[in-house]
Design a protein around this ligand. Structure first.
Ligand SMILES: *[C@@H]1O[C@H](CO)[C@@H](O)[C@H](O)[C@H]1NC(C)=O
Ligand SMILES: *[C@@H]1O[C@H](CO)[C@@H](O)[C@H](O)[C@H]1NC(C)=O
Length: 604
C-alpha cells in the first residue's frame, strides 16, 4: 500500500508546488514521508541506542571528559619558515601546536606528527592546497591534546608533563619532499618537506629540544611514517646521553598485493617518491639496494633505523584493509564491500584472506621482534591510529595486561583472530600505557567503528587517503551579516555561519538546508567549553568544507533531489524488497528537499 502511494506520486506535480494543488499532493506525499519517517525513526533509535550503549556509565564518562579548555592548544605558525622557503604545498607557513612541559617533564619532549595520507599526483597535491593538509590557511587554529598528548596525569601518566608538540602535516609527502622536484612550468606547488622538517627542528631546539633528557618522536599513519623517516636524524639533534625513541602509530604499511594480486600500495608509494623526490630523504644503503619506494615500507626502514622504535599497529588496520588489501578498484563487483567496511560482516572465505594479511604483518615484524631496544603493541581492533584516543590510550575502559605476561607474546583466548604482542622497551612498564589496551577496548572499538562506518560507505573525506581529487567541492563559510544587529549569536557571541552553494538549472529555485550535528550542552561548563570549539563559536568553524553526499554538486554522487526516477512517475513499481528500499531512499531525498522548501517559505 505504501508502495502504491509512493508510485502514484508523479513528479510532474512539482511544477504545481506553489499552487493550491500543492497541499493535496503533499497529503499523498505524506505516505511516502511516513514510510521513510519510520525507517529513519528505526535508524535513529539504533543510532541512539548505540550512543547509549557505548557510554554505559555516563557519570564516569563525564568525569572522564573533563570540561576544560586547557587541552585546547593554539596553532603556532613557523615564522622563520618564510626566509628558509620551508612552505606548505600552497606556499603558506607550516604550523604546530605546542604545550610547555613542567615539573619532572620540563626537559622531556614528545613530538607527534599529524597523519593525513599523501598526494601521489599533481591533481591530488593541488586539492590539498584547499585543506589543512596542504595549507595553514585551513588548519584548525586550536586543537585538543588528547591521548598521548593529554595534559592530565590520570589520562597520560607517562607524558602529561612533557613538552608536547603536535606538528601539522602540510607537504603531502611525509615531511620529506625535495624542492628540486617542483614543477617548473607554472603549476604552483611547493615540495618543501625536508625544509619544513629542518625549520621545525631549529625552532623547537631554540625552545629547549636540543637539551632534552628524554624525547619521543611519534606520529599517526603517514605522520608515523614521517617519524620513522626522520627518526635517526632526530636522534642526532639531541644530546648523546638523552634517551630518544620513535613511535609509529598505524604506520606499519605493508608491501602487500591486493586481492587481485596487483601491487597497489607499492605503486602508490612509487608515485609519491617520484613526484616529490623522496629518495634523497631515505636511507642511502636501502636506496642503493632496491627501488626507493620499497625503502618507505617500515619493514625495510626498521632494518636501518638505529634508534629504538615502538610500533602501535592493528593487524586489521582499517585503512590498510580498505586501501592495501581491498582497494575499491580490486572489487569491481562489490563482493567485498560489506566486509571491507566492517570486518564483522566478512564471511569465512574473506576472514581467511584477512588472516593471511595479519600473517604478513606478523612475518614482517618477525625480524624487528629480535630488536631488543624496540617494542610493539599489535592489536586486532578494526582501527587506524590509537595513541590520540584517550579511551584507548589510558582510561577506565582500557584493560591492563598483567605485569607477568607483559613483555611476552600473548595470544588472546577471547578472540580467535586476536593477537597481542607486547615487548618491553626502556619506558615499558611506566610509560607505554598502551599495554592497557585489552579485549573490552577491542570490542568497544569494533562497535564504534562498525557503527560509524556502516552508514558512510566510502565517504572519501573521512578516509585519510584522498585519491579522487576531482570529487571534492569546497564551499566557503559565510558569516550571517545581519546577525549582530538582531542579536542572533553563537554561544560565545560570534556571528553564526553557513556554507551555501547556489542552485542552478532546474534546481535553481529549490533549496536543501542541512543542519550540522554536534550534540548539545546541558550545563554551564559544557556550554562554556563549546565557546572554544566550532560548536559554540564561528572563530573555530572550518572556513571551507567539502560538500558531499546529499550536498554534493555532482549528479553522479547526488542523484536528482527533485526529479524522480521515471519508474516512480509511471507508478510501475513491484513489491520486491530491494526495489522498495531503493525507491524509498530516493523519495526520502525528494521529500527532504520539499520539506525544506516549505520551511523556507514559512520562515520568510
Ligand atoms: C606541468 O607539468 C606537469 C608534469 O610534467 C603536467 O602534468 C602539468 O599539467 C603541467 N602544468 C602546466 C600548467 O603546464
Ligand atoms: C564469501 O563471499 C564471497 C564474495 O561474495 C564469495 O565469493 C564466497 O563464495 C563467499 N564464501 C562463503 C563461504 O560463503
Amino acid at each position: 500500500m505504501v508502495v502504491e502511494k509512493v508510485g502514484s506520486n508523479s513528479m510532474a506535480n512539482i511544477s504545481g508546488l506553489r499552487g493550491p494543488l500543492w497541499w493535496m499532493q503533499w497529503a499523498k506525499r505524506g505516505w511516502a514521508i511516513a514510510a521513510v519517517g519510520f525507517a529513519v525513526f528505526v535508524f535513529a533509535l539504533s543510532v541512539a541506542s548505540y550512543y547509549r550503549s557505548s557510554e554505559p556509565e555516563s557519570n564516569t564518562a563525564n568525569a572522564f571528559h573533563r570540561i576544560t579548555t586547557s587541552d585546547l592548544i593554539d596553532l603556532t605558525l613557523l615564522h622563520s619558515a618564510k626566509d628558509r622557503g620551508a612552505l606548505c604545498l600552497d606556499g603558506s607557513l607550516p604550523g604546530y601546536h605546542f604545550q610547555k612541559g613542567f615539573g619532572s617533564g620540563a626537559k622531556n619532549w614528545l613530538l607527534f606528527i599529524e597523519g593525513g595520507g599523501w598526494c601521489n599526483t599533481i591533481e591530488s597535491c593541488i586539492l590539498r592546497k584547499h585543506m589543512h593538509l596542504g595549507s595553514s590557511k585551513h588548519m584548525g587554529r586550536r586543537v585538543h591534546f588528547t591521548g598521548i598528548l593529554s595534559p592530565y596525569p590520570d589520562h597520560n601518566p607517562g607524558f602529561f608533563n612533557w613538552n608536547r608538540v603536535r606538528i601539522q602535516y602540510c607537504d603531502g609527502a611525509f615531511i620529506a619532499g625535495h624542492p628540486d622536484n617542483e614543477l617548473k612550468n607554472g603549476t604552483e606547488l611547493f615540495f618543501r618537506g625536508r625544509l619544513i622538517w629542518e625549520a621545525i627542528m631549529d625552532e623547537l631546539s631554540s625552545f629547549g629540544l636540543s637539551k632534552a633528557e628524554q624525547a619521543l618522536l611519534s606520529g599517526c599513519s603517514s605522520g608515523g611514517l614521517a617519524a620513522l623517516i626522520h627518526c635517526d636524524e632526530f636522534r642526532h639533534l639531541l644530546p648523546k646521553d638523552a634517551t630518544v625513541k620513535c613511535l609509529g602509530d598505524a604506520s606499519f604499511f605493508l608491501d602487500e598485493k591486493d586481492v587481485l594480486h596487483n601491487p597497489t600500495m607499492r605503486s602508490l608509494f612509487r608515485d609519491v617518491v617520484n613526484l616529490q623526490g623522496l629518495a634523497k630523504s631515505l636511507n642511502k644503503d636501502c636506496v642503493a639496494r632496491m627501488e626507493p619506494e620499497r625503502c618507505i615500507f617500515p619493514e625495510e626502514m626498521v632494518k636501518n633505523i638505529k634508534t629504538p622504535v615502538f610500533h602501535v599497529q592493528s593487524a586489521y588496520d582499517f585503512w590498510q584493509i580498505q586501501n592495501t588489501l581491498i582497494p575499491k578498484a580490486s572489487d569491481p563487483h562489490s563482493h567485498w564491500q560489506k566486509c571491507r567496511l566492517n570486518i564483522y560482516n566478512c564471511n569465512s572465505t574473506q576472514v581467511e584472506i584477512l588472516l593471511g594479511f595479519r600473517g604478513s604483518l606478523l612475518k614482517a615484524l618477525n625480524e624487528f621482534e629480535k630488536n631488543k631496544g624496540g617494542g610493539m603493541f599489535i592489536s586486532s581492533c578494526f582501527i587506524h591510529c590509537q595513541t590520540l584516543m584517550t579511551e584507548i590510550w589510558h582510561s577506565p575502559k582500557s584493560l591492563r595486561i598483567k605485569n607477568k605476561i607483559f613483555g611476552a607474546s600473548v595470544h588472546s583466548e577471547h578472540d580467535p583472530i586476536a593477537i597481542d604482542i607486547e615487548k618491553e622497551g626502556v619506558w615499558a612498564k611506566k610509560d607505554w600505557a598502551i599495554a592497557a589496551v585489552g579485549f573490552t577496548v577491542i570490542a568497544f572499538a569494533l562497535t564504534l567503528l562498525s557503527n560509524s562506518w556502516r552508514d558512510e560507505p566510502d565517504s572519501e573525506i573521512s578516509r585519510p587517503f584522498l585519491p579522487n581529487a576531482a570529487a571534492f567541492d569546497f564551499v566557503d563559510l559565510t558569516l550571517l551579516r545581519n546577525a549582530k544587529d538582531r542579536g542572533a549569536l553563537c554561544l560565545d557571541g560570534t556571528a553564526p555561519g553557513y556554507h551555501c552553494r547556489k542552485g542552478f538549472g532546474s534546481g535553481a529555485n529549490n533549496w536543501l538546508l542541512h543542519i550540522e550535528g554536534g550534540g548539545w550542552c546541558n550545563s554551564i561548563e559544557s556550554c562554556s567549553w563549546r565557546k572554544g570549539t566550532l560548536l559554540g563559536s564561528s572563530n573555530y568553524m572550518d572556513r571551507r568544507v567539502p560538500f558531499s553526499g546529499i550536498l554534493s554538486s555532482h549528479p553522479s554522487q547526488n542523484p536528482d533531489t527533485v526529479m524522480a526516477h521515471p519508474s516512480l512517475a509511471t507508478g510501475k513499481m513491484s513489491l520486491r524488497e530491494d526495489v522498495l528500499q531503493h525507491r524509498t531512499m530516493r523519495s526520502f531525498y525528494n521529500d527532504v528537499a520539499i520539506l525544506q522548501v516549505s520551511f523556507d517559505l514559512y520562515y520568510y
